[in-house]
Structures are given as structure tokens and as C-alpha cells.
Design a protein around this ligand. Structure first.
Ligand code: SF4
Ligand code: SF4
Length: 71
């Protein structure tokens, strides 16, 4: 199965949780940290990202970048 990697641009995240709900592999969660605007940014907390980009597509604030890695 394909592997992926994401980067969260924490300063743009508003903790809406849409990406958490959209991820088919359930590898995202709201973190305990607080960003500059007072929101808790999303983080990937476990392995298993497949690079499907559902999270990035669902994010209204374009806070997630997805990188698909070669097998
Ligand atoms: S790219 Fe897909 S598998 Fe990876 S975190 Fe986003 S929604 Fe989940
Ligand atoms: S969808 Fe975007 S703004 Fe909402 S929690 Fe995920 S990264 Fe943050």
C-alpha cells in the first residue's frame, strides 16, 4: 500500500476536526498544544498515512500538505 506523509501548518489550523473525521486511516487527532491563535492544531499521532489527501481536501484553511512517498 502507498505511503504518505503530511505536514500540518499549525498556524492555520482552527481545530475544526474535519480532517480527523475525513482520514480513512484514523491517524490524525487534535493535539494538546496551542498555536498562536489559541487553537489546538491537528497532529498525526500514529503510523499508517497512505497519502490519500482526504485530510487536505477537507481542510477549509489549507493547513495540511500531503506528500506521497515512492514504494
Ligand atoms: S493523507 Fe489520507 S491517510 Fe494520510 S493523514 Fe491525510 S487523510 Fe489520513
Ligand atoms: S481540517 Fe484543517 S483547520 Fe480543521 S482541524 Fe484539520 S487541519 Fe485544522
Amino acid at each position: 500500500m502507498a505511503k504518505g506523509r503530511i505536514t500540518v501548518l499549525e498556524q492555520y489550523c482552527k481545530s475544526c476536526g474535519l480532517c480527523v473525521a475525513a482520514c480513512p486511516k484514523k491517524v490524525l487527532r487534535i493535539s494538546e498544544r496551542t498555536n498562536a491563535k489559541g487553537y489546538r492544531p491537528v497532529e498525526q499521532f500514529t503510523e499508517g498515512c497512505i497519502g490519500c489527501a482526504m485530510c487536505a481536501v477537507s481542510c477549509p484553511d489549507a493547513a495540511i500538505q500531503v506528500f506521497k512517498e515512492q514504494e
